[in-house]
Write a protein of this length. Structure first.
Length: 318
């Protein structure tokens, strides 16, 4: 169940290692249980030392000379008895000796800051976990569990399970005895049936269309979990005037119908004639439906949660 992923290193070789890691898994079967366990790690801290290291640097050094020749303009003037002074430009070839340079590599030394780990303290985590199943759901495989990880003094817990939505209330206190930091931790875990809770939004909202004055679409099974909201938004789009919102609110069950078509899915129908007096289907309208399961998941510790929201929209006479 519990394993030390890095060996304890308090001797001379310890400074090369980071904080150690300990793990533990509490299996989730659907039964209400309570478990106590202890996790032990070593916490390190990073310090730095200056070291002189050899490096390759480059410098510019003379590399002889070369001759460069180019045509340069030369102004020549002379006197003419009738025209006075006359000047002309002619080009002459002139050569120069130009020095050359090259890059020479040499060994140089630099001072760098090198990080290394030193012992800070031991860490002991005393963990109490109480698991309560708030439904009749049971795990369908042996892979459901809460994985606890202690990295140095950093404590984490994550639930990996598709069968339950795992809610956790946690508390913690810390003390120190000598070079050991003691963490006392408690988790009150509540298991909720993930399949039942997410039934309304399973598969999302699909095949949405307007049949006459009735909005029709397929959803998950709305009868398995009545704790959801179904919101309808209908807006008339106008070319030269402001758009007109005809409805934008959650519907009550009497304002729509649901018909099961299988164990997991069903058809929802919303009669716009009864709800808002209908729409002019020859004009452009946007119709949007939002389906949300009523569940606060802020305390959920699942690595992945099932989809608890679904949304779809269509444009009529686009």
């Amino acid at each position: 169940m519990k394993s030390m992923m890095l060996a304890l290193a308090l001797l001379a070789g310890f400074s090369a290692h980071a904080s150690t890691v300990d793990t533990h898994t509490v299996p989730l079967t659907g039964a209400s249980t309570e478990e106590n366990f202890v996790m032990n790690t070593i916490q390190t801290r990073t310090e730095y030392r200056n070291e002189t290291v050899a490096n390759t640097c480059f410098r510019t050094v003379p590399a002889g000379y070369r001759t460069e020749c180019r045509q340069e303009p030369q102004v020549v003037c002379y006197s003419d008895p009738r025209a006075g002074q006359i000047c002309t430009t002619r080009f002459e070839n002139r050569c120069y000796t130009v020095p050359q340079y090259r890059q020479e590599a040499y060994t140089c030394y630099q001072t760098v800051s090198v990080p290394y780990e030193v012992f800070a303290n031991n860490v002991t985590a005393n963990v109490n976990v109480k698991v309560t199943n708030a439904s009749d759901a049971q795990a369908v495989n042996n892979n459901c569990g809460i994985n606890f990880t202690l990295v140095g003094g950093n404590f984490k817990n994550t639930a990996n399970c598709a069968d339950f939505i795992v809610l956790a209330k946690s508390s913690a206190s810390e003390s120190r005895v000598g070079d050991t930091v003691i963490q006392d931790r408690a988790l009150d875990v509540t298991l909720l049936d993930a399949k039942k809770l997410s039934a309304p939004t399973k598969g999302g909202i699909v095949d949405m269309k307007l049949e006459g004055q009735t909005v029709v679409f397929r959803t998950g099974d709305l009868t398995k979990n009545p704790n959801f909201t179904l919101k309808l938004f209908v807006q008339r789009r106008k070319l030269f005037k402001g758009d007109e919102t005809l409805v934008n609110r959650n519907l009550v069950p009497s304002e729509y119908s649901f018909e099961k078509i299988s164990d997991d899915y069903g058809i929802v129908k919303i009669n716009l004639s009864k709800l808002i007096g209908g729409i002019n289907d020859k004009r452009k309208h946007v119709i949007k439906v939002d389906l949300n399961v009523d569940l606060d998941t802020t305390s959920a510790i699942n690595s992945t949660l099932p989809a608890l929201t679904a949304s779809e929209s269509i444009t009529v006479n686009n």
